[in-house]
Design a protein around this ligand. Sequence first.
Ligand code: 5GP
Ligand code: MN
Length: 328
Amino acid sequence: MTTTPSAPYNELAAALSAASAITILSHLRPDGDAYGSTLGLGLSLLALGKQVRIFNRDGLHSLYRFLPRAELIEKTPAVLPAGNLLVALDTSTEDRLGLADSLRPAVTVSVDWNIDHHVSNTGYGRRQLIDPSQPAAACIVTDFLAALRWPLPADAAAALYVGIMTDTGSFRHRGTSARTFDQAALLVSKGADPTELAKHCYQTVSRPRFLLQQRALANWQFELNGAFAHTTLTPADFAEFDALPEDTEGIVETGLSVSGVEVAAFFELKPDGGLKTSLRSKGRVNVSALALEFGGGGHPGAAGIGYQQDGAAARELILARLRKEFAQ
Ligand code: 5GP
Ligand code: MN
């Protein structure tokens, strides 16, 4: 573990120490790292006696209600608390904070600290702490709290552990290192229970989620000698099973898990005509670079693209681009 705080850690610590009230934000369509990193930092700051608000455009998904103190995660209100230090976590671009969807009127907000691990982070904060060598934003928060010797109560440790476990695919994805296990060990020593937390994250699938995943499984197509796999879900699929947008978690990884598949794509056609694309790669293809060509982003091994309209046509364009990638 880092024992000496690095320069950006000291600068961040000074900013947080000087603030009496702090607002913490993360990205829309939140995952375990979005919730875990924000809740982990927030609970440490609460223990330091700060006023803390934690917002997400999409509020708290039912899957993560088990997190201790999860009730602290609020849907982003129409007006942000005035005068708070504004910290963004795990969010590569400012629009993924979803503030334009929440704030009324849609005023421009200045993020004071942009803390993230995405290599594609655009650096939209007044100050940034971006470390793409870390496999989760929760890893950065864990290192920061440990280096500064700030409070790490058991509920914060559990939240951070969930962030690390989910973003690393249970310590399997690229970027998982000895440092990651050190961070996890620290969190377990502070009270995070790996067995209980894994049970909550991976063994509580709702029936609608299961049925949606079954449909996605049935729709996989393999191309290019099995090197490229893709599957698609439509709004009708969601309606049939009464499934929620977050029920798609893990679908794209299933395609990538097949032997010989180098790139997997999951296309989600949206009820408003848009498209969400998730891309995963075993390493030969940089899907982040490919996503950037379509206005998306992410990591070399996991990236995404969003379209607000013309979803079916966009799907064809992305499919054509992927086929070309393999023809090279
Ligand atoms: P997922 O496929 O799980 O939604 O996202 C995979 C990765 O790509 C995540 O790191 C996520 O932050 C990033 N990502 C997903 N969708 C978008 C997008 O529309 N724009 C950008 N910049 N990044 C995205
Ligand atoms: Mn993350």
